[in-house]
Design a protein. Structure first.
Length: 202
């Protein structure tokens, strides 16, 4: 699989974050116009893009600290819907202390089913489907409450992702940073829950 260089990875961090913001802005417009099913769809797509951003950030840090990168796994992660959602869900569990660093691997496995369920909901927010043999359109299935919850969630996720990008901007001109240096700086910045994604022990 093709390897990326430092500049490409940093640009990918910026572009994925920018696209996530555009998706959230579009979702807000749809919500204001009571298009709740499409609000939900774009909110979940934005969360996936934020997950992709996190993959780029962790890979960038590993790249500049000269760690071995599994590029085959990298490309699989950024092109698989539930993989991106898994990372977002895992970081949130760490942020809100629902899991510990010691159990992160087991927790990652548990988030897979939840992420796949979210992906199914995303499909239901876009396509006509059947429930117990009866056809329905997304607007009959997706409530205003569900749309609003996911829109707020995507906004909160974006704030965290933006903090990660600002962290990278502050460190990109520092030479010879080790992996430990990055982890120490993440802790100082209040982003220590992102460290497992760098270590990739799951």
């Amino acid at each position: 699989m093709k390897a990326l260089n430092k500049e490409q990875l940093l640009s990918a961090c910026e572009k994925s974050l920018s696209n996530a913001k555009d998706l959230i802005d579009d979702a807000e417009l749809l919500f204001e116009n009571k298009r709740f099913s499409r609000t939900l769809f774009l909110s979940l797509i934005a969360s996936e893009e934020i997950g992709k951003h996190m993959i780029f950030v962790s890979t960038y840090i590993n790249f500049v600290t000269e760690q071995e990168i599994n590029w085959k796994r990298f490309w699989k992660e950024i092109t698989t819907h539930h993989e991106k959602l898994n990372l977002v869900n895992l970081v949130e569990e760490l942020r809100f202390d629902t899991v510990s660093l010691d159990t992160v691997a087991a927790s990652y496995i548990k988030t897979i089913s939840h992420s796949k369920s979210m992906d199914k909901t995303k499909q239901k927010s876009l396509y006509m489907d059947f429930t117990k043999g009866y056809p329905h359109v997304p607007s009959e299935f997706i409530s205003e409450k569900l749309a609003e919850e996911n829109l707020v969630l995507s906004k909160n996720r974006f704030m965290y992702a933006d903090a990660l990008y600002n962290f990278l901007q502050e460190t990109k001109y520092l030479d010879s940073l080790t992996k430990s240096n990055f982890e120490e700086r993440l802790e100082i910045a209040g982003l220590e829950d992102f460290i497992p994604l760098i270590k990739k022990k799951f």
